[in-house]
Design a protein around this ligand. Structure first.
Ligand SMILES: [Zn+2]
Length: 119
């Protein structure tokens, strides 16, 4: 598990968040936390970083980076907020969010509940 291996996940992220991810890896390293990133991605306009095992020391640092991503344009790293267009969620600044609108609520996982029809 090396910093170089973890850095490979950077290319899976929107460009505006890549410095945030690099900062996270460097914070983990300075804290002496050796974890292997198993996935890093954008989901519903938020950064998600997964590591190979539960780690109490790493968790708050990862949570902080994920939280920061919710206010950081994923295209340029400027201040941003959650926007939506055609059901696509993204955290964007005013410039990159052109054509997007503010969502009415946080994205939710929808459950396909089926109710018996009374007919
Ligand atoms: Zn932007």
């Amino acid at each position: 598990m090396s910093q170089e291996e973890n850095l490979r996940w950077e290319s899976c992220l929107p460009i505006g968040w890549q410095p945030l991810f690099r900062q996270l890896l460097s914070d983990l390293e300075s804290a002496g936390i050796a974890v292997r990133v198993t996935q890093a991605k954008e989901k519903f306009g938020e950064l998600r970083v997964y590591i190979d095992r539960p780690d109490q020391a790493a968790a708050p640092l990862i949570a902080a980076a994920e939280q920061r991503s919710t206010r950081m344009c994923q295209d340029c790293g400027a201040a941003g907020e959650l926007m939506v267009r055609n059901h696509l969620f993204a955290t964007l600044c005013a410039e990159h969010g052109a054509g997007f609108t503010k969502p009415l609520g946080r994205p939710m996982i929808s459950l396909n509940l089926r109710y018996p029809k009374d007919d």
